[in-house]
Design a protein. Sequence first.
Length: 111
Amino acid sequence: MTQTENGWRGRLLDADLEVRAPTRAACLSRLRRAVGEDAVLTVEVWPALVGVAEAAALLGWDRRRVITYVDRGSFPEPLARLASGRVWRREDVAAFARARRGARRRTRRRA
């Protein structure tokens, strides 16, 4: 199963079947119906990954600023370092963005 921008996508490899649903639970339910309630279903959930450009877009920054924070050690640890660059779980970058926004709001309230 993979989370997409519009919900979740699941595949049954043996049956070459793909299902889509707005929630993880609904996607899992559709997969279960497809294989039968008594069947054993092994689910692999692949996290959404982002590179520097996508992380910058999530944060409203440019790519250079992301690299600056990475180099300073002020950015989440990447999931992997590939030949094409670092990749992070989208969820980790989104949590980092929420934490920064929350910290900025607290700072503004004190001023």
